[in-house]
Design a protein around this ligand. Structure first.
Ligand SMILES: [Zn+2]
Length: 138
């Protein structure tokens, strides 16, 4: 079996009519998103979460300090030519590789049908988890 060295990127499609994705951390089981007191969705990061990208808002709901440093270093918004239309259409698989993540990173892309004011459209949310944080816990 060839050695896996790249960040791992899994993409799935939810059935039509499902709720927007909110996965549990594969390491500790914590839900990625919670409702705050005002009823808005917000990130509920555990120590393994690297980022939450939500297509419906066209941006990140949560970014870890490490990943923020990487994004700043890559200067995505300043290099729109390279990264096409900015973060909304960005190839996260490439970004994670360029950010230096290796096979300890799992990105889960969940495609789903979103509804806004009666319109239905396909969206994607991405949840990334860092298995290297396992070692820091024990
Ligand atoms: Zn966790």
């Amino acid at each position: 079996m060839p050695e896996i060295t790249n960040p791992q990127y899994a993409a799935v499609v939810q059935p039509v009519g499902s709720s927007p994705p909110n996965p549990n951390c594969p390491i500790c089981g914590q839900l990625a998103l919670t409702l705050n007191q005002e009823g808005y969705i917000e990130g509920s990061p555990c120590s393994h979460l690297v980022f939450i990208y939500i297509g419906e808002i066209g941006g990140f709901e949560y970014i870890s300090d490490d990943f923020q440093e990487s994004l700043t270093a890559l200067a995505i918004e300043e290099n729109k030519e390279k990264y096409s239309q900015g973060i909304e259409s960005v190839d996260f698989k490439s970004i994670l590789e360029e950010a230096g993540y290796r096979n300890e990173l799992l990105a889960l892309e969940i495609n789903y049908e979103a509804k806004t004011l009666g319109d239905r459209f396909q969206e994607r949310s991405i949840f990334a988890y860092d298995y290297s944080k396992l070692a820091a816990e024990s």
